[in-house]
Write a protein that binds this ligand. Structure first.
Ligand code: CDT
Length: 319
């Protein structure tokens, strides 16, 4: 039976005053715990190395803003994480703010058990706004600080599974999972920072945890894959963020979930054969998908006018 033991390393808050070295130290501790619990792959959160800076207003180029980004990976502070992964023979997913020439991306990397970066993903769905609006209770300015990801949704065969990545808001969009589902993905790794209390237009704070689980479970079930999701959570600089890190099976069940809003490791033995029934029957893409009926998915970005068959096509007499 093909199975990999996966860890999700939830991180509690990272304050502005926390150094990269301190955060990496927390991550290495979680990686060690994961190795002790038999994990071969660990998922860390989105923008794991710093406080969630899109809540603050900067101009592009500000020194304080630039300091949240990584110019190299691994760099002087993150090297210790790669070294620990190599020593422990544990691969990982890591979210971080990437400088790529003139561009800036909200990125994640897939690192194998020898500490080699084998894949990169750049966040496609950037939530929030470009321009601050003081009438909002809180800002979410990812559109201001990041370029739209340009690597699509790739999948790699590594560490005994087909692994794909996405980042935070991507998890709310069915296209994210389906593009990876069409590459036979078996495990989707993702990190998130989901703030609450931002007020209009993000009213549904009381449902934030439910929407998190709803999205992850639907994506896993409809694409017959494991989903491992790691939060950075708790109260950062006075701003609350949800926890609820979880691992979801290809049947859409939450098999383990974090209980705290702090650094916490959860693990699951991800049996890849659990997807077999769904892939051969209910979600057998080759047998049941009808791409010819889905043209609007790629033709349109926003909702437009209804598109209706003619009365003749519906077998109805002229009106
Ligand atoms: N980091 C990130 O993508 N967070 C968004 C917050 C949306 S509210 C502006 C999320 O979808 O969780």
């Amino acid at each position: 039976m093909d199975a990999i033991v996966v860890g999700v390393a939830q991180l509690g808050p990272v304050q502005k005053s926390d150094t990269r070295a301190e955060v990496v130290g927390r991550m290495v501790a979680l990686l060690r715990e994961a190795a002790g619990r038999g994990c071969s792959f660990v998922v860390f959160p989105e923008l794991a190395l710093t406080s969630f800076f899109p809540r603050w207003v900067y101009d592009r180029g500000d020194a304080e803003l630039e300091a949240f980004f990584e110019a190299e990976m691994p760099g002087p502070d993150t090297h210790a994480l790669f070294q620990a992964a190599t020593d422990l023979s544990v691969g990982f997913y890591l979210g971080y703010a990437e400088i790529a020439g003139e561009k800036r991306f909200n990125s994640s990397i897939l690192v194998d058990r020898t500490g080699r970066i084998i894949g990169k993903y750049r966040k496609v769905h950037l939530p929030g706004h470009q321009t601050p609006d003081p009438s909002r209770l809180g800002e979410h300015l990812e559109k201001r600080y990041f370029d739209v990801g340009d690597l699509d949704f790739p999948v790699w065969e590594t560490m005994g599974a087909r692994i794909g990545m996405c980042i935070c808001n991507d998890r709310r969009w069915p296209e994210t999972y389906r593009v990876m589902g069409l590459q036979g993905v078996e495990l989707i790794a993702l990190g998130y920072n989901t703030p609450t209390g931002l007020g209009e237009p993000y009213q549904a704070a009381t449902l934030a945890a439910a929407h998190n689980a709803l999205s992850l479970r639907a994506g896993a079930y409809q694409n017959a894959c494991w989903v491992a999701a790691a939060a950075k959570c708790g109260v950062e600089e006075g701003f609350p963020m949800i926890g609820g890190s979880m691992i979801v099976s290809p049947l859409g069940e939450v098999v383990t979930q974090a209980a705290t809003l702090e650094d916490e490791l959860i693990t699951a033995r991800c049996d890849l054969s659990m997807a077999r029934y769904a892939r051969t029957e209910i979600f057998n893409f080759v047998r049941h998908r009808r791409p010819e009926a889905y043209a609007l998915i790629t033709e349109r970005q926003g909702a437009g006018d209804p598109v209706q068959p003619t009365r003749a096509q519906m077998g109805l007499p002229d009106a």
